[in-house]
Every structure is written in structure tokens, then in C-alpha cells.
Design a protein around this ligand. Sequence first.
Ligand SMILES: NC(=O)c1ccc[n+]([C@@H]2O[C@H](COP(=O)([O-])OP(=O)(O)OC[C@H]3O[C@@H](n4cnc5c(N)ncnc54)[C@H](OP(=O)(O)O)[C@@H]3O)[C@@H](O)[C@H]2O)c1
Length: 308
Amino acid sequence: MLVAGIRRWGGAVERFETADPRALRDGEVLIEVRAAGVGHWDDIVRTGEWDPGRCPPLALGVEAAGVVRAIGAGVERWSAGDEVTTHPLPLVDQGTWAPWLIARGEMLARKPAGVSWSRAGAFAVPALTAIQVLDEALRVGPGETLLVNGGGSVTGGLLVSLAGLRGARAIATAGPASRDRVARIGAESVLDYHDDNWPRDVVELTAGRGVDAAANVAPGGASQALAAVRDGGRLATITSDPPGPARGIRVHSVYVRPDGPQLELACNALAAGQLPFMIGARFPLAEARAALARAVAGSGGAVVLELG
Ligand SMILES: NC(=O)c1ccc[n+]([C@@H]2O[C@H](COP(=O)([O-])OP(=O)(O)OC[C@H]3O[C@@H](n4cnc5c(N)ncnc54)[C@H](OP(=O)(O)O)[C@@H]3O)[C@@H](O)[C@H]2O)c1
């Protein structure tokens, strides 16, 4: 099959032929891919800094949506024809930038009929990340105050919205272009991250105390976010920049974990209109290199490869 990926760690994204999908093993499902997400994290896989479980030559891509075409022994929940979405790590064969994907059955979530292929294909990584930050690392509860540093990003927008669903108050940073959108999805205050004094302004907004918890989604932004957290509070960062311990604040460095049931709950919330999730750019598989460049540049919504 013709895939988009790398022939060696650090190589440029290319199109090349790989073997067709092998026979399914117990617990595996064969998916005909309709859409696959592209994120900054795919460049981290490309350079060899995030191990997806397989070595090049390798189709890149760690999230997809598509149609189940065959099931292996021991798979009970899924049948041929089911529409699903997944973050299928560790990869058991090739990545998702390919016409066919083999994935473990427990990593699939049902795609709601009202969610398009493109949205479903690019949703798994940001959605699982946001939920795991909010509910597992930070355990944000009703009445608490959450800072989202990077509220203008795809993952940051989901965090702002989820905070509201959990009964928490969200304060976010965003640039001028995203400010109104971040306010609309529920941030009580939106501060421009280009002003270096924003952590002090967050502290002022919380009557001098600091927020209960902070989620950092901005590369290199965790230390600044820490300055806005109250003594004994919590901070989670998803950009591999955890600051050292300070003032009794618990610091978590979060890496997304595959979880089919958790993804299915998130898909249902998306279908119900409870979560913001915008596609910013669509590319055919043949333009995967340009899609990755767009995702790394990181502006204006999720990036997706559409496979028809
Ligand atoms: N650890 C994990 O498992 C995991 C999972 C998912 C993502 N990530 C990482 O999380 C980061 C965000 O991913 P994403 O896909 O959600 O990003 P994205 O949608 O591409 O976010 C880009 C946006 O972030 C905002 N931004 C840029 N620099 C900022 C800064 N210094 N402070 C605040 N906001 C800033 C900008 O928005 P505005 O200027 O318009 O406000 C920019 O348009 C990436 O580094 C990604 O690799 C990690």
C-alpha cells in the first residue's frame, strides 16, 4: 500500500510503498482509514524522540478514523462496517497515514454519526490529552480555578471547555486572533501571552492567591504558568518542560495514553456540541509533508489528511 511516512528516523516525510497489511492477530482489527490527524507530535515521532512502537520504514500518524473491515479472533465489540476512531499506540504494524490500519480492538471508539470523518480523525490525541490532564493529573473539581496557558491551541480550547463542564472557572492565555473564540468557549478571562506580565495578572484575578491548578499547553511555558499557581496547587504540562518543585505545587508532565472507552465518551461529548473542535486545514495523503509543516507552524485549528 502507498503510505506517507519516513524511511529513517529524522528523514523527510515521503510517499512510498509498504507491504499490504499482514494477517490479523488475536485482538486486532483492520480499519480502512478515512481521515488521519496530523499534529506537532508527529514531528516528534519523525525525529525519533517519541517511540511509536515500530521502526522505519514507517507510515507516520498516531490517530485516525475509518471503517472496520475485518476482525481478529477474540474481538467481541467490533464488527465489519463499524465506524470508529482511535489513537492506536503502540503501533502494531504501520502508522495511520495509510489507507489501512491494524489496531488493537480495545483502543477503538465508536464514531458518532453526526461527527465528520475529518473531525473524528484528528480528535483522538488532543481529546485524550485534555481529559487526562484535567481529570487524571490535575483532578480539577467544581468551584476550582484553572489556568490554561495556550487556550488558543486545539488542546487548550478543549481544556477550557472541559473545565466549564466540570464546574471550574477557567482563565486562559491566548493571542489577539484567538481571544474572542477562547472567551466564547467559556474562559472567564483571557490574557495576551505576548505580555510577559500575564502570570501576575492571573494572580490579581484570583484576589492575590493564584489559581488552584494550571494546564500548560504552550511549548516552554510551564515555568511562567507555575508563577500563577497558588501555594500547594497543581500544574500539568504537555510540552515536556516540567519545572522543578516550588511552594508545594505538585507538577505533572503528561504524555497522552490510548484509551478507547475514554475516547468514546469524548466523541459523544463532541457530537452533543459540548466541546470545541475545529479543523483548520485539510490535505490529501499525497501532501502529508505540507500537512505536517502546517501542524508544526501551529495556527488555527486541527490538521487532517483526508483519504476519501
Ligand atoms: N504530551 C502530550 O501527550 C501532547 C499531546 C498533544 C499535544 N502536545 C503538545 O502540545 C502543544 C499544543 O498542541 P496543539 O496541537 O493543541 O497546538 P496547536 O493547536 O497547534 O496550537 C498552536 C497555538 O498555540 C498558541 N500559542 C503559541 N505559542 C503560545 C504561547 N507562548 N503561549 C500561549 N499560547 C501559545 C497559538 O494560538 P494563539 O496565538 O492564536 O492564541 C497557536 O496558534 C504542542 O507542543 C504539542 O506537541 C503534547
